[in-house]
Ligand binder design. Structure first.
Ligand SMILES: [Zn+2]
Length: 435
């Protein structure tokens, strides 16, 4: 080993790494070679201190992230249980977080938390607004990537912080839905974000949207996109990776790691993968020969999304008007979602009604449809109501919230003075691209 220290630095690093591995793998068997062992220990000492410093830095960084996302208790517990809590750096971090924790205030009214939602973002305006049959729909229901980035920035500047529905209310042990404390600094306010129909539907092909969600070589969620030259490229071409990047840069935009909710149908598969057995299976009209691989890949993407703070919701399998269909149709559709979508994204307790078509009016849920959906595990319900900044209902065993659609229609409405519901969130004039 001695000669190793005379070698060029790169070799030295490799030698130390190998030496270190050797040591750990042989420790258990090395009792009889005590002199050799001592020799070994002496040489790896500087390495051990480095390793300790690295571990300490990692620990501090992990605690710092939790603290930035307002989970001071998690940060403090992590540091206290580290086994090196007497270290001065660790101790001073604990003191800081104890102090900052005292600045938090509990959000005064969980019934008044807004919820904004988006559809797939338009990457290429010239393709989306090319005058084909879909162009008006895109103009009405979607926003561009540039517009979305401006909206995110303004939401952040105005103090909004992303929370999940179960941060707002949760079932207790008796099965009763109860509000949860949301503890934020006085200048911050909670907001729920969701995105509907993240399926990259067949009809969207060639219209300037991302092709699918996928993983990059580092295992991070990204999009594939077919560019003007017909080449498939990877990058942040839709809401999920754009929000991921934004939270990486501004961790304090997320409450304890929360990001958004992704509402999925099933009829065209999910996340850009043609995974539906009924639509693309061997006995279907348009069989997908790679359906198995696509299902596996979509599951990997969904798992990575869940790990990084995203949640999934049912948007009904067939994009149904839940209010208009019969109970039988709703049952059939729900079973189909659970058969085809749940194996990929996992079980969900949230239903985000397609077309905002809620099963009942504003009074407390009591219908057979509700009883059925509740029996299928749904505790959170979301409809659409853009007439006010927020609306929600704490039922005995469910939580229901209204969402505001942020799209071309809403922004044009704001500009022409038809409605001002977006006013608290961002300045439409600074965001809207009239093309
Ligand atoms: Zn939808």
């Amino acid at each position: 080993m001695k000669n190793c220290f005379a070698l060029i630095p790169i070799l030295l690093v490799i030698a130390i790494m190998v030496g270190c591995q050797d040591q750990t793998s042989t420790t258990a068997k090395a009792h009889s070679h005590s002199s050799q062992q001592k020799d070994h220990d002496k040489k790896s000492k500087p390495n051990k201190t480095q390793e300790e410093k690295k571990q300490k830095d990692q620990l501090l960084a992990q605690a710092k992230l939790s603290a930035k996302q307002y989970d001071y208790q998690k940060a403090i517990t992590l540091l206290k249980q580290s086994g090196i809590s007497e270290n001065s750096d660790i101790q001073s971090a604990i003191d800081t977080y104890e102090k900052q924790k005292k600045n938090l205030v509990t959000w005064p009214d969980n019934s008044k938390i807004p919820h904004l939602f988006f559809h797939s973002l338009i990457v290429d305006k010239s393709k989306a607004f090319d005058g084909d049959a879909m162009a008006q729909g895109y103009r009405d229901y979607m926003v561009t990537i540039d517009e979305f980035k401006k909206i995110l920035k303004q939401l952040y500047e105005r103090g909004y912080v992303l929370v999940h529905l179960d941060d707002i209310a949760k079932l207790n042990q008796e099965g009763k839905m109860v509000y949860q404390d949301i503890n934020l600094p006085p200048d911050k306010k909670p907001l729920v974000l969701s995105q509907d129909d993240v399926s990259y539907y067949e009809y969207m092909k060639g219209d300037g949207f991302a092709k699918k969600l996928t993983l990059d070589t580092g295992g991070y969620v990204t999009n594939t996109y077919v560019n003007e030259k017909g080449k498939i490229i990877q990058g942040a071409y839709d809401l999920v990776p754009i929000v991921d990047n934004f939270v990486d840069k501004h961790p304090d935009f997320s409450y304890q790691g929360a990001k958004g909710i992704i509402a999925l149908t099933g009829y065209n598969g999910v996340l850009g993968y043609r995974t539906s057995k009924s639509a693309y299976g061997p006995n279907s009209d348009k069989p997908n020969p790679h359906i198995k691989e696509d299902q596996e890949q979509a599951k990997k993407v969904a798992d990575a999304m869940k790990r990084s703070g995203w949640a999934f919701a049912s948007h009904t399998w067939g994009h149904l008007y839940a209010n208009e269909v019969s109970l039988e149709q709703l049952k059939k559709d729900t079973y189909k979602w659970r058969r085809e979508v749940e194996p990929i994204v996992g079980p969900t307790d949230t239903i985000i009604f397609a077309f905002g078509s809620d099963i009942e009016g504003w009074k407390q849920y009591s219908s057979d449809k509700y009883e059925f959906l509740k029996s299928q595990g749904f505790d959170y319900y979301a409809n659409v109501d853009a007439s006010k900044t927020s609306w929600s209902q704490l039922g005995p065993d469910y939580f229901r919230q209204a969402r505001i659609n942020v799209d071309g229609l809403r922004m044009r409405g704001a500009l022409t003075g038809i409605n001002d519901v977006l006013e608290p969130f961002f300045d439409v004039e600074r965001v809207f691209n009239s093309s």
